[in-house]
Write a protein that binds this ligand. Structure first.
Ligand code: SF4
Length: 261
């Protein structure tokens, strides 16, 4: 296990990304390339990046020790306990730093903190297994179900994603929540939504979270001097989101809106 990990943000008092009031620890590194990514600074290797923000060069990502992170997030322990919250590891992709994540989650779990991760599930199942003893909840993204489109657009092998999802479903001690980013032109077609509905329904899943697209990450592409192809894309309307919700509900799956992608 590794006691040092690369963290690019810590967000306190979050009410999304798991139940109750939570601290979200964002780990750097992601092998995917979602065109809508709202944390583009987290992408690529587990290495610090740099960007120019307000005319000043800044480093993105800091190597942090497990014990120092535990001290930091435990400052809000009272909020976790009174709200049913805890700590969520996000990214990037948490499984890029699976050993470090396991060590951090173990410490938190030993202290009685509710733990969660957000993941794309794009890794060999062994990496997920290292985290399992210390995890209460997994927020698992399902994005593009067509295998060729998934590979071409975001670089994800949907067969691996599905295998990991199905493995997690067999783990009774961990709550598994599928999350569907609703991205105009990429994940929101009725074909894709119905593929997700059919897949989840066949596995007996009864609830999902929907994450509507937003533009909050847009300026980060300017800081990185990267092209952002979604700049002029409008968020889905209330009616469009409701149509997606109804598609899930028609198959007995409750679709909650939870946070934003
Ligand atoms: S998986 Fe998440 S962090 Fe990685 S590129 Fe896609 S949206 Fe960005």
């Amino acid at each position: 296990m590794k006691d040092k990990g690369l963290v690019f943000n810590i967000q306190r008092y979050s009410v999304h990304d798991g139940g109750g009031i939570r601290t979200i620890v964002f780990l750097k590194g992601c092998p995917l390339r979602c065109p809508w990514c709202s944390n583009p600074e987290s992408r690529k290797a587990v290495q610090p990046a740099s960007w120019i923000k307000n005319g000043k060069e800044e480093t993105v990502g800091e190597w942090r020790l497990v014990n120092e992170l535990v001290d930091e997030v435990m400052k809000d322990d009272i909020f976790y306990r009174t709200s049913g919250g805890g700590v969520t590891l996000s990214g990037g992709e948490v499984l890029m730093q699976a050993d470090f994540a396991a060590m951090l989650l173990k410490e938190l779990s030993d202290l009685g903190v509710h733990t969660a991760i957000e993941t794309t599930g794009c890794f060999p199942v062994e990496r997920i297994k290292t985290l399992m003893p210390y995890l209460n909840q997994v927020l698992f993204d399902l994005k593009i179900m067509d295998s060729e489109d998934s590979k071409r657009v975001i670089g994800a092998d949907i067969a691996v994603v599905k295998a990991n999802f199905e493995y997690l479903l067999t783990q009774d001690d961990v709550e598994l929540i599928p999350r569907i980013p609703l991205i105009p032109g990429y994940t929101d077609s009725m074909d894709n939504i119905l593929e997700i509905v059919t897949y989840l329904s066949s596995l007996g899943v009864t609830a999902v979270h929907l994450l509507p697209f937003h533009q909050y990450g847009s300026s980060k592409y300017d800081y990185l001097s990267w092209e952002y192809t979604m700049k002029d894309v409008e968020p889905l309307s209330k009616t469009e989101i409701e149509t997606v919700q109804k598609a899930f509900e028609a198959h007995g799956i409750v679709a909650n809106i939870d946070g934003l992608e």
